[in-house]
Ligand binder design. Structure first.
Ligand SMILES: Cc1cc2nc3c(=O)[nH]c(=O)nc-3n(C[C@H](O)[C@H](O)[C@H](O)COP(=O)(O)OP(=O)(O)OC[C@H]3O[C@@H](n4cnc5c(N)ncnc54)[C@H](O)[C@@H]3O)c2cc1C
Ligand SMILES: *[C@@H]1O[C@H](CO)[C@@H](O)[C@H](O)[C@H]1NC(C)=O
Length: 441
């Protein structure tokens, strides 16, 4: 006997009517979504529209010297800074069916990366599906006869008009490096110096002669501590990493434990030491944020875990809603591609979702496992050295071409070198030999 849950989840569309899909955002994830929604085999059954609030594709990779708000009063989305070079080799940064072309280095500049994204977009002729300067303000589930469908309220920023459209399914590709996470330190309101989050960081010159505390030793904290040390008088890298950082920083960079208190001109550290400082530089990461999601959409963000989701991707309560790109410390573009192919298998009816109870159980088991390994709820979407298992699971579950395991192993080598040899590792060059092997040139 068919149970009712499964009937609701049988998402196969009536092929007389095309399935209407909205894609929110035209960064690398949104473009991967468009690429597969408009492929030869899918375009007969899918009509897709992508809404992008800015005037450009590329999201994070679009650099602007501006911070704060744009010409339309929206918060500047990109956290890109002027001197950024990728922290991963280009060999793991391409798309599965569209790798980054070979050249004389592995670690590209932000401009080279943005050029690549544009080449991808043009190669698959995706631009015509994108509505630029269209800001999604509300995504709301419909009910009654329209159960499972969505109304999407979009602001046309240039014409200053609000449109409402109905879609069968939504791919959320709005990124997750735009809403700063700033811990509330004791005494933070008394601090009289400059306070900055890495989201608003652009150039190092503004730190000239200053004594700066960098909070956090994630990828941004490490990179930025090094970058500003060329101008700053002294940089104190404050963190609680359990593994020691082997990188030999310049002599004006010192490491300290967490800051426990701020005073007018002073930071107090966990070991009891105190330093007079000019600037607090928060490199404390970002929060997942979906300001356009109606409260009835069946998904919430709890301690930075987007939940309840099946495989970090599909909303369990309303599986015509997909979140592309949530996992971090991953081979991002390849993962976006795999996630989009996964979602479409179900939405197109080639695969059937398991009962809701099973999906919920899978999520809570994964959480339990991560907590038992000493991780926090906040790290639920972190993949890192376990990313290969996630890719395999997606590919197996939906009978898709898997991602080559060499991506994961090269990602691992590069991430390790980032910690151990930050000053030099970007000079390394790699070449992928086959699905399992890479060599360093
Ligand atoms: C400083 C920095 C350095 C990084 N370096 C690397 C690296 O070296 N290698 C790597 O693999 N990854 C890196 N990343 C991660 C990077 O974010 C991913 O590689 C990838 O670009 C994310 O793509 P995305 O499409 O998910 O999100 P984004 O690139 O953030 O794109 C989201 C898009 O959605 C649009 N949007 C958002 N809200 C709305 C709305 N309401 N309506 C309409 N449009 C909306 C935005 O304008 C934006 O264009 C870095 C990130 C940062 C912040
Ligand atoms: C690389 O992989 C090893 C083995 O799985 C793991 O212990 C290590 O933490 C990984 N390094 C990084 C930086 O992910």
């Amino acid at each position: 006997m068919e149970n009712t849950t499964e009937q609701i989840y049988n998402l196969k569309v009536n092929h007389l009517n095309k399935m209407r899909i909205a894609v929110i955002g035209a960064g690398a994830a949104g473009l991967a979504a468009l690429r597969h929604c408009t492929s030869q085999s899918n375009k007969k059954s899918i009509e897709v529209i992508c809404y992008e609030q800015s005037g450009d594709i590329g999201g994070t990779w679009v650099y602007t010297p501006e911070v704060g708000r744009d010409a339309y009063g929206l918060s500047i989305h990109s956290s890109m800074y002027k001197n950024l070079r990728t922290n991963l080799p280009k060999e793991v940064m391409g798309f599965p069916d569209f790798p980054i072309p070979d050249n004389d280095k592995s670690y590209l500049t932000r401009t080279e990366l943005l050029d690549f994204i544009n080449t991808y977009c043009d190669h698959f002729e995706l631009r015509k599906y994108i509505q630029f300067h269209h800001h999604v303000v509300l995504v709301k589930p419909l009910d009654g006869d329209n159960m499972g469908k969505w109304s999407v309220e979009v602001e046309d920023l240039e014409k200053k008009k609000v449109l409402v459209e109905v879609f069968d399914a939504i791919m959320i590709c709005n990124g997750h490096y735009f809403q700063p996470n700033i811990p509330e330190l004791e005494g933070h309101t008394s601090f009289k110096g400059r306070v900055l989050h890495s989201h608003d960081y652009r150039v190092p010159e503004t730190f000239a002669g200053k004594k700066v505390v960098v909070l956090g030793a994630g990828p941004s904290g490490m990179d930025l501590a090094l970058e500003i040390s060329k101008h700053a008088h002294q940089v104190i890298l404050s963190h609680h990493l359990k593994v020691p950082i082997l990188t030999k920083f310049p002599s004006n960079v010192i490491q300290k434990p967490d800051v426990v208190q701020l005073r007018e001109h002073q930071a107090v550290f966990k070991d009891g030491s105190k330093e007079n400082v000019d600037t607090i530089f928060y490199c404390t990461g970002y929060k997942y944020s979906f300001p356009f999601l109606d409260k009835n959409c069946g998904v919430k963000v709890d301690r930075n875990m987007v939940t309840p989701l099946w495989k970090h991707l599909l909303a369990i309560e309303s599986p015509t809603l997909a979140f592309v790109g949530l996992p971090y410390y991953v081979c991002a573009f390849s993962m976006f591609d795999l996630q989009v192919r996964f979602v479409l298998r179900f939405w197109q009816g080639f695969k059937k979702l398991p009962p809701k109870e099973n999906m919920l159980a899978e999520e809570s088991m994964e959480l339990k496992k991560k907590l038992s390994e000493g991780l926090h709820v906040q790290q639920f979407h972190m993949m890192g050295s376990k990313q290969g298992l996630y890719y395999e699971d997606l590919a197996k579950t939906a009978d898709l071409d898997p991602l080559p395991p060499v991506l994961t192993s090269l990602h691992n080598e590069s991430s390790q070198k980032f910690i151990d040899d930050l000053l030099n590792y970007r000079e390394d060059r790699y070449k992928i030999i086959d699905d399992h092997t890479y060599v360093q040139l």
